[in-house]
Write a protein that binds this ligand. Structure first.
Ligand code: BGC
Length: 454
């Protein structure tokens, strides 16, 4: 009975090369459709493919002191950087965990808290003019670099606050209320900022992927291919960074489980971010917990927990870090697995079979995520391979699901090479960790654009 259930999960979640090629193909089609026409309402079969209006790249001549704000999935980073000669000469980063009440965007506290949090840094680095690059980890429809209306909340954020509003203007107004005349020349999605930051240091980076609490990918596209761009912008430069918002697509893959539907229904944004819910850090632990709970209910396994106050039955008790710890457990008695299950889910007295099953489920969920992520990466880089037939191409990846999860990283690389099926292309491809590149990217874009504004 136990092995039958595990085997049925395995059959659903493991995907062979042909299935993954199908996912790649499907994402490529969704990219093309998204570049042709703006996505209409809830159409999940076309990627958003949002023009970022980042079409001027650092020349290396930028210099001076700039600030960046990076509002991400779980924290705000406030950064001061000093730039000169294609290097970051000095920087200071302060990080603030997002307070619980700010996740409910209807109460209007989020941007007030953001601005309050950065006052200290601005006072610590007095400058003639406060120039800020705003890195914002949510989908915004931009019609310029310094203007963007928020389309959607994702991750743990809920409510209608800021939807349809220009988030840069809201931020400016908050600064004004505190008598700070801040110049905010650039609004960048975190994946866009990451691409700029990584490319500043490594020029052959053509694509940036975020794989943390949420997921996304940005890459450099020929402006001629971006139909959704106003005509005057198509003449502006040859290339522009596109924010694909790949987390909000629906892939035609049979690997989706009933548990994924439950996770979606219980999330802050049901029906949205379906790809993100299959692969990113906020959800993969929760899917694992639900699978283990079902196995427990249907087979009587994992009975060593107190069902009256059970962490096992509570959402959010098992996260991506717990999944990663079990995935990497190589101890002969699976003692790491036992300790994580006890600490996170309150399950005790685990026998060998229960430990092995938990480890296997963690591996399956991680592998499914890595496979889908690799298939999506191949879709994006195959466009870059078409644009550049000989040079080296690098993908920069940021986000804890990738940077702190070694086994996962190796798996993604292995699967990419397998899907590409072309050793020459594999040799030309670098996948690099770009930890923290988004804040650098936001500050650098502020520097590039600030030169024009000041
Ligand atoms: C957001 C993206 C963001 C990604 C990674 C997703 O939930 O929609 O805009 O880039 O998370 O932070």
């Amino acid at each position: 009975m136990q092995s039958e259930i595990v085997a049925s999960y395995r059959t659903r979640m493991e995907m062979d090369r042909d299935t993954l090629l199908g996912v790649t193909q499907n994402i490529l089609e969704q990219m093309t459709l998204g570049l042709q026409d703006p996505r209409d309402g809830d159409d999940r079969h076309r990627l958003m493919m949002l023009p970022s209006f980042v079409d001027r790249f650092p020349t290396g001549g930028e210099e001076g002191e700039y600030f960046a704000l990076d509002l991400g999935g779980t924290s705000l980073k406030v950064v001061w950087v000093k730039i000169g000669g294609r290097t970051v000469v000095d920087k200071e980063i302060r990080e603030f965990p997002i307070p619980e009440e700010c996740y409910d965007t209807d109460n209007g506290t989020l941007m007030q808290w953001v601005v309050d949090s950065c006052i200290g840094m601005i006072q610590a680095h007095p400058v003639d003019r406060v120039v800020i690059g705003f890195c914002y980890s949510f989908a915004c429809r931009q019609d310029n670099l310094d203007h963007g209306e928020q389309i959607l909340w994702t991750k743990r954020f809920r409510g209608k606050g800021l939807l349809g509003k220009d988030v840069v203007q809201v931020l400016r107004d908050e600064f004004k209320k505190r008598n700070i005349d801040a110049v905010i020349p650039a609004l960048l999605n975190d994946s866009v900022a990451s691409l700029v930051g990584a490319q500043f240091l490594t020029p052959h980076v053509k694509c940036a992927v975020i794989l943390g609490t949420g997921t996304n990918c940005s890459y450099i596209e020929h402006t001629n291919n971006i139909n959704t761009l106003p005509a005057e912008y198509r003449k502006h430069g040859d290339h522009m960074v596109i924010n694909t918002e790949w987390g909000d697509c629906k892939v035609q893959a049979s690997c989706t489980l009933e548990e994924d539907t439950w996770v979606d229904e219980a999330s802050a944004n049901p029906g949205h971010g379906l790809f993100e819910k299959l692969i990113s850090g906020l959800y993969i632990g929760e899917v694992t917990r639900r699978i283990l709970l079902r196995i427990a209910r249907e087979t009587g396994m994992y009975s060593g927990h107190d069902s009256a106050h059970s962490k096992f039955e509570e959402s959010g008790t098992f996260d991506g870090a717990a999944l990663s710890a079990i995935y990497h457990d190589t101890t002969p008695r699976l003692s790491v697995t036992a300790s994580v299950l006890k600490k996170r889910l309150g399950i005790r007295k685990l026998n060998r079979k229960e430990l092995e099953t938990a480890k296997e489920i963690c591996e399956m969920v991680a592998r499914r995520s890595a496979r889908l992520c690799a298939a999506a990466m191949v879709a994006v880089i195959s466009r870059e391979f078409d644009n550049d037939e000989t040079g080296r191409i690098a993908i920069a990846v940021d986000g804890s699901t990738f940077t702190k999860f070694e086994g996962y990283r190796n798996l993604v690389r292995e699967i990419i090479d397998d899907i590409l099926g072309d050793a020459t292309k594999s040799d030309r491809l670098d996948i690099m960790i770009a930890d923290g590149s988004s804040v650098t990217g936001a500050a650098i874009t502020a520097a590039v654009e600030g030169t024009y504004v000041l």
